[in-house]
Ligand binder design. Structure first.
Ligand code: ZN
Length: 120
């Protein structure tokens, strides 16, 4: 389970809101590669986590259409993918970001703009 410091730093990095809808209250950490697919250590690295609202987190797990969307936007990854190499799409900003592990959570998103047409 994520500790409160890690959660606070993750929230700061992700602008304190859901990447998808902008919700700021009912939020939860979303693991891009799920438990059991790469070990717990890798799983809780910053590059493997993004902030989503609890509602979306639930829909992704429950509905394959939403899972497909999450995979397209890099919110979810396949087990063979690397979280460091796959960009995340911020729907509110309309930009792709790379996530890194530098300074162990203290990191900002690198505003590496990627061509969105490449994945959309
Ligand atoms: Zn949301």
């Amino acid at each position: 389970m994520m500790n409160s410091k890690s959660w606070r730093l993750l929230l700061e990095r992700d602008f304190g809101r859901c990447l998808h809808c902008g919700e700021t209250v009912a939020l939860s950490p979303n693991h891009r590669i799920n438990r059991g697919m790469g070990g717990s250590k890798l799983r809780d690295k910053p590059s493997n986590l993004v902030v989503l609202c609890s509602r979306l987190n639930h829909m992704i797990e429950a509905d394959e259409v939403w899972m497909g969307l999450a995979l397209r936007y890099g919110w979810k990854l396949r087990s063979w993918q690397s979280a460091l190499d796959e960009p995340v799409y911020d729907l509110l900003l309309g930009e792709w970001f790379m996530l890194d592990e530098y300074r162990d959570w203290e990191t900002d998103r690198k505003s590496t703009r990627l061509n969105s047409s490449h994945r959309l």
